[in-house]
Design a protein around this ligand. Sequence first.
Ligand code: HMG
Length: 445
Amino acid sequence: MTAVGIDAVEIWTGNLKLDLPGTFAPEKGEDPEKYTKGLGLNASSFPDSYEDIVTMGANAAHRLMERKGLEPDDIGRIDVATESAFDNSKPVSTYVAGCLEQVYESDFHHANKGERKFACIAGTQSLDDAYNWIRAGRNRGRSALVIATDTALYARGDDGEATQGAGAVAMLISEDPNLVELSAEQGYGSADETDFLKPNQQFPSVDGKRSVQVYLARMREALEDYESVAGEVHPDDLVFAPFHTPFPGMVRKAALLAYRHITRNTEFEDELAEEIGRQPRPEAFDSDEEYRDALREYMDLLKDTEQYAEWYDTTIDPTLTIAREVGNWYTGSVHVARASALKHALEQDREMTGEQLLVGSYGSGAQAEIHSETVREGWAEEIEALNVDEQLAERYEMSWDDYEEIHDAHNHEMDVDVEEFTTPSEEFVFDGWGRMGERKYRYVE
Ligand code: HMG
């Protein structure tokens, strides 16, 4: 079977930055370490006044097409995954295609365009759609463009305000891909949950503490479901585990549970037994409560072992480097985590061809999905082409007053005009409103 997967990736960050420990924490009267150590975040990316989900998505896609020498005719499908859409009918992909057609001579009239919604997991679902389209043989030799783009803003004063972010990830899905091959095996954990939603409103209604528990529960279900088709996951099977990263502290919680799960009945559990005992098994307890207490105790001990710390530092921590500087990008987040891990491997001069990633996607409402990816021979060249460090360094750092202004400027219920903080260059920008209320865009040389 020919490999199908991600051929190339591009990341586009919002052009503004909010320093969380330095600017946000003092205004909130909070200890900066709540952000750096607790949530695991240093900064958030924000869109300047001329940026939105379309500009960020189109800019990432444009960069990707230029780098890969692609023309619109090479693309048979454009799917945008977002939970920040501003139109209930016309998909964001049409706006993105419209932008790209301004800079290419040909058009995307024969590409199938759509928009995927399921909170943050929609980016991975769009990858699935592209994979299935290629596997079904309907692509006529063409590739799919998947764009995950969001302005992850929360209402002012919401607990989630600390985890905001804005950016886009564009991915090219092809046969015989350069970056990673996607596994045919997948596992799902899905349930009707009311933890985070936007019932016809821009900013989410969030039950933050519950959302953390729902994330963990669905992720566990997805892992068990994945194992039912792919066989038990062993720690040696995977080099990195990129997870959906609303904030790195969330992944820290998920990783500990995942480690306990994948080490059960392995030599890793045996090695730990002398130091912290064996993992509690439900059949050894009279009540569920006693079992849960024993589990909690085991997890507290496990967290502090050298064995776990070493696994976390090599398998999980490298997936979080970019997230720490940009916050939650919703649909793009897990794809940022993959890029972050591979970028780390490249910086370490590590050979990754043939290695496995275990990828955990999640969307509130709620659904988790687990699949694996095999790193392909062209991975280093693809990752080397990313300019994410430059983009992050070039962001304009907002003062608290700037932040308040830009949040208002992006609030759909406020009519606020804000001067741009940065000067756009070689990128698409928002250019006002059309006669039917549509958003208009132009390319700035
Ligand atoms: P909060 O109440 O502001 O923070 O809300 P906290 O008091 O729970 O503190 C956060 C962590 O910092 C805690 O760590 C504290 O102990 C620690 P934990 O105990 O949980 O390990 N801390 C400190 N550490 C060191 N020094 C200090 C200090 N102070 C505190 N001085 C919450 C946190 C996550 C609830 C909030 O940010 C929120 O509501 N976020 C939005 C929802 C969210 O991100 N949920 C995550 C799971 S759902 C998801 O991922 C889906 C999502 O991406 C949306 C989608 O799918 O579309 C959100």
